[in-house]
Write a protein that binds this ligand. Structure first.
Ligand code: GTP
Ligand code: MG
Length: 238
């Protein structure tokens, strides 16, 4: 059964080649899909240069920076058109350790959605300023209290979905883009009764390249949890 690792990129020229090399060397059943938003630093060109050497590298190019959530939705649709059983989300900046990929896939063999979690065993984050850590940690608690969803790291972006989860969620109706995108996917999977498991990972702040995340994605997440909660109560979650 094949795995597709979806990697959204925006200016990741310092990371992408090395990351793809490591991932593809792990297992022949692993393929990668880079969803690049016309990165000015030429990330897509580096991927294209690698493609003739390995048929397991795929690339979707979008005309401009359109956000993380829509990049993943595009990647999910691509995966569902093909025969992938395991579909993963992963950042390009090595915050997610490629060495953890086999563990996530293995766990997904027995579950429907596996989340690489920073908060199962204490706080596993390297190199974050204390303030950012506090925001993330309490945001996770806030999400849990309002939605009732029993997930300790609802905003984490290192995940493995079984195909049926993505088939069971209406991808046209995904509303959010930043941290809220992760919450929304988890919430919709949870409401549908899919089995979710968190496994511990260590998250390391990026060493190369710059962050693309803005302040307002925190606010998007803050109100999105209420929207999701009330839609569920009204039976209007789709
Ligand atoms: N295609 C696409 N990829 C994006 C976009 N925004 C971010 N990314 C990618 O999504 C992943 C996560 O973005 P980051 O900038 O690392 O966000 P973050 O991890 O919250 O921020 P840092 O802690 O600073 O790394 C990276 O692989 C980015 O290149 C976007 O608009 N489009
Ligand atoms: Mg990052």
């Amino acid at each position: 059964m094949k795995t597709l690792i979806i990697i959204p990129t925006y200016n990741e020229c310092e990371n992408i080649e090395r990351l793809l090399g490591i991932l593809l060397a792990k297992d022949q059943k692993i393929e990668v899909l880079v969803v690049d938003d016309n990165s000015p630093d030429g990330t897509a060109d580096l991927v294209k240069a690698m493609m003739p050497n390995d048929a397991r590298i795929h690339l979707l190019e979008r005309p401009g920076k359109m956000g993380l959530g829509s990049a993943y939705v595009t990647g999910f649709k691509y995966a569902l058109e093909k025969d992938y059983e395991y579909i993963m989300e992963m950042d390009a900046d090595f915050s997610h350790n490629p060495e953890d990929v086999p563990r996530l896939i293995e766990a997904a063999g027995k579950k429907d959605l596996v989340i690489g979690s920073r908060y199962v065993t204490g706080v596993n984050i390297v190199n974050w300023p204390f303030k950012r850590l506090l925001i993330s940690y309490f945001a996770s608690k806030y999400v849990r209290i309002i939605t009732g969803m029993p997930i300790k790291d609802p905003t984490g972006g290192f995940k493995c979905f079984r195909r049926k989860v993505l088939e069971g969620i209406n991808l046209e109706r995904i509303m959010s883009d930043g941290y809220a995108f992760q919450i929304e996917m988890n919430f919709k999977a949870w409401v549908k009764g899919f089995r979710i498991q968190e496994i511990p990972i260590v998250f390391t702040e990026r060493l190369n390249g710059v962050s693309k995340m803005s302040r307002n994605i925190v606010w998007e997440a803050a109100w999105m949890v209420w929207l999701l909660h009330f839609r569920k109560l009204l039976g209007a979650l789709d």
